[in-house]
Design a protein. Structure first.
Length: 399
């Protein structure tokens, strides 16, 4: 049984928690010294000792914990988590019945009522991702809750809670049931993906870009030359090729990206040798492309929110304008740029300001064709805007 401790909220933060704000920040609490162990259940009180909310203590990069309930008598046990998971599954019933897509998010943290935890579905297998030591203390109850709610082939987990924010790779990711094939082939809008449930922090595909990939395939790729930067395992390139792109070029700094991208092409019966797969720092590639006068009809920009190479450090908030300027210069007139970011420290309005600044600096003109944020399965909490992190803009280069 997890310990329970009362904490007092500073006056300026009480209304936010009353209104349903889920993140318990360091700044919002009068005195954290009473709480020693992550996973402690914390009851939030105002200065008059009136109950406001109940949650848990668990440090991650966003804050010190999450509110789980506005009800004083609630117990954070198997029954509680079963209710949350069953509600999340009901919300996604249409995904379970879609044979063309067998990989999606089942439980999205605070969007489904439990911050610090996500659960993804991969063709009968479930993958937990724990974002703090605190939420991990509830593992047995949450695991039991999932078993109470679904039929499953196997269950895996990722621990993302070490002190440096890196993947904690100290144990086997397999939890129970049967082990998945290596690779496990899943579908997204009838396209195959090879994923690995026990191969480091990531499995091989980012599920939040599903609608963007489909749009590229169905509306933008036919007959076009496509440059996919920060390409990871080449998912955008695969969809572009299947949409009739005349050629794709995938660029990523990671050595393993070449083999991973070839694998994704191969399982979709695409000749990888007819595509370009380049292991290189994206910023060096931009310079090379300018020097060689290479240009493309469609350029995909999907960088991590922060990245470091030997020569470059990239932070989306500071450097996205310059990244766009590089991309604009090698995009053909009339072509398109798919600008994407998962940075949660600025909103869509700010992101569109970045686009405007980049084109203005180059005396260029553009139009915005369409925008995307998180898909339905990545359910968000309307009281927590930071949770709606994905921003994607399709930009038409007019001059």
């Amino acid at each position: 049984m997890n310990k329970e401790i009362n904490l007092t909220i500073k006056p300026g933060y009480v209304k936010a928690y009353q209104d349903g704000y889920p993140l318990i920040s360091k700044e919002s609490i009068v005195d954290w010294s009473k709480v020693k162990d992550e996973g402690t259940v914390i009851t939030l009180l105002d200065e008059r000792k009136k109950f406001i909310a109940k949650g848990y203590y668990g440090k991650q990069n966003k804050g010190y914990g999450w509110v789980l309930s506005s009800k004083k008598e609630v117990k954070l046990d198997v029954r509680y988590f079963t209710g949350k998971i069953k509600s999340a599954i009901k919300y996604r019933e249409d995904f379970y019945s879609d044979e063309s897509t067998t990989a999606f998010r089942v439980f999205n943290g605070e969007g489904d009522g439990v911050g610090g935890l996500t659960i993804d579905y991969f063709d009968g297998f479930y993958l937990f991702t724990w974002y703090s030591v605190g939420i991990y203390q509830f593992k047995e109850d949450i695991l039991e809750a999932l078993k109470n709610s679904v039929e499953y082939k196997g269950i895996y987990q990722k621990k993302r809670f070490d002190t440096k924010g890196q993947y904690l790779d100290d144990t086997d990711d397999f939890v129970c049931g049967e082990r998945a094939n290596k690779p496990l082939i899943v579908k997204e809008n009838s396209v195959n993906f090879a994923i690995y449930l026990d191969d480091g922090a990531m499995v091989g595909v980012f599920l939040d870009q599903r609608d963007v990939r489909k749009t590229i395939r169905d509306k933008y790729a036919k007959g076009k030359t496509v440059l996919n930067t920060f390409s990871y395992t080449g998912a955008f390139s695969v969809f572009a090729a299947l949409g009739g792109a005349s050629k794709t070029t995938s660029v990523d700094l990671a050595n393993r990206s070449r083999a991973k991208t070839k694998e994704q092409f191969s399982i979709n019966d695409i000749n990888a040798e007819a595509q370009d797969i380049i292991v290189e720092d994206v910023f060096n590639y931009f310079k090379y492309a300018l020097r060689k006068k290479l240009s493309f009809d469609l350029v995909v920009l999907d960088p991590p929110s922060f990245a470091r190479s030997k020569k470059h450090t990239f932070s989306a908030g500071k450097d996205y304008v310059n990244l766009l300027k590089e991309a604009i210069q090698i995009t053909n007139k009339g072509g398109a740029i798919v600008a994407s970011t998962n940075a949660s420290n600025f909103d869509m309005k700010k992101f569109k300001d970045f686009i405007a600044k980049a084109f203005k600096a180059l005396n260029g003109k553009y139009s915005i064709e369409e925008t995307f944020s998180l898909p339905k399965d990545f359910r968000i909490n309307e009281r927590f805007r930071e949770g709606n992190y994905l921003k994607v803009v399709f930009i038409r280069k007019l001059s």
